[in-house]
Design a binder for this molecule. Structure first.
Ligand code: NAD
Ligand code: IPM
Ligand code: MN
Length: 356
């Protein structure tokens, strides 16, 4: 079987890091019985420029017909305030593919420890399970009047239930702890989340379940990040907390994500944006994109073996200090990517020499 992969390179650093991710995909797949075909189509600002829409119909069709979608990053000053924006395309593709569950892992591995700005020396390994297709991002009414503006945060019971099951199933495969992060001391939607999540928690007696208000949770991510296993939260809180969590690894540029629905292709993308401030300089950190490729191999193509080789290649590279400026290094995107690929090839070569 040939895997069909839709490629959405996007804007600013998007194409730079996508190129890095695809080079690693090519290198790790070579001779491993993983055949794939890339379908590169315009999206985001590139979609607006090339086809007049941030999510052109052809792009959506290509994504729907593929086995997985790789996205780098979209948006930037070129389209800020325009009638059509790249961000609209991002929300539209999440909705159209029903990608209600967004998994954002934060891990400070031993290799990354020296880059973390925190004093904490305990291992950090948690995932944020962010609801992605509802809440204040999509609620109506939404209005912009002369003297006020209005957004609506709305959640149906069913929307809360399905993401809650994703979080608890994930906890069962991890350290069996779920923390619901909300603002149940104020918001009606959060009160509903608490009620429903508490009920569903009883279906998973092995999982320890607790809750935290979002303001306190944001403090705990800095003061004691090792306590978390699975954080379950709604769309906007998940957006904010995941950038904060990312920075505990040393850089926002290291964190990948997976967005999935109940069936159909999943989408893999860095959690960060298009970094217009460093675009074109060749210094974007490729780790987030390369790890998104690894997540895709594991979750869409059942090739955790190839993903593990990528992870090992990244670990060796960061341990050796071959990192981009966001992590305090001097390497370019290309140099870092080449080093990761070399590590993958070298460990394969030494494995083969030892197993003749
Ligand atoms: P950003 O995430 O693009 O950048 C924030 C900071 O992190 C910048 O200083 C940037 O240089 C740095 N950074 C991010 N990724 C990096 C990487 N791989 N390597 C090194 N440094 C990196 O956020 P922003 O500047 O607020 O937003 C820029 C644009 O991106 C906006 O248009 C925004 O809407 C969009 N955006 C898109 C996505 C997405 O495509 N999923 C996500 C977030 C923001
Ligand atoms: C993200 C981004 C998007 C979001 C924006 C660009 C719409 O910040 O993927 O985290 O808020 O979901
Ligand atoms: Mn974000």
């Amino acid at each position: 079987m040939t895997a069909d992969i839709t490629v959405l390179a996007g804007d600013y650093i998007g194409p730079e890091i996508m190129a890095a991710g695809l080079k690693v995909l090519a290198a790790v797949s070579e001779g491993q019985g993983f055949d794939y075909q890339l379908h590169e189509v315009p999206f985001g600002g590139a979609g607006i420029d090339q086809a007049g829409e941030p999510l052109p119909a052809e792009t959506l069709k290509t994504a729907q017909q593929s086995d997985a979608v790789l996205l780098a990053a979209i948006g930037g000053p070129k389209w800020d305030g325009a009638p059509k924006t790249p961000e609209q395309g991002l929300l539209a593709i999440r909705k159209a593919l029903n990608l209600f569950a967004n998994i954002r892992p934060t891990e400070v591995s031993p290799a990354m420890q020296k880059y973390s700005p925190l004093k904490n020396t305990e291992p950090v390994d948690f995932v944020i399970v962010r609801e992605l297709t509802s809440g204040i991002y999509f609620g109506t009414p939404r209005e912009t009047a002369a003297d006020y503006a209005l957004d609506t945060m709305r959640y149906t019971n069913e929307e809360i239930e399905r993401i809650t099951h994703v979080a608890f199933e994930m906890a069962m495969k991890r350290r069996k702890h779920v923390m619901l992060v909300d603002k149940a001391n104020v918001l009606a939607t959060s009160k509903r989340w608490r009620k429903i999540v508490a009920q569903i928690a009883t279906e998973y007696p092995e999982v320890t379940y607790d809750t935290s208000y979002v303001d306190a949770a944001s403090m705990k991510i800095i003061s004691s990040p090792s306590q978390f296993d699975v954080i379950l939260t709604e769309n906007l809180f998940g957006d904010i907390l995941s950038d904060e969590a990312a920075e505990t690894t040393g850089s926002l540029g290291t964190i990948p994500s997976m967005s999935r629905g109940t069936d159909g292709p999943s989408l893999y993308e860095p959690i960060h944006g298009s970094a217009p401030d460093i675009a074109g300089k060749g210094i974007a950190d490729p780790i987030s994109m390369i790890r998104s490729v690894a997540m895709m191999l594991t979750h869409s193509f059942d090739r955790a073996d190839l993903a593990a080789e990528i992870t090992e290649g990244i670990n060796q590279t960061v341990a050796a200090g071959i990192v981009t400026p966001d992590l305090g290094g001097k390497a370019t995107t290309t140099e870092m990517t080449k080093t990761i690929i070399n590590h993958i090839k070298e460990s394969r070569h030494s494995y083969e020499s030892n197993h003749v």
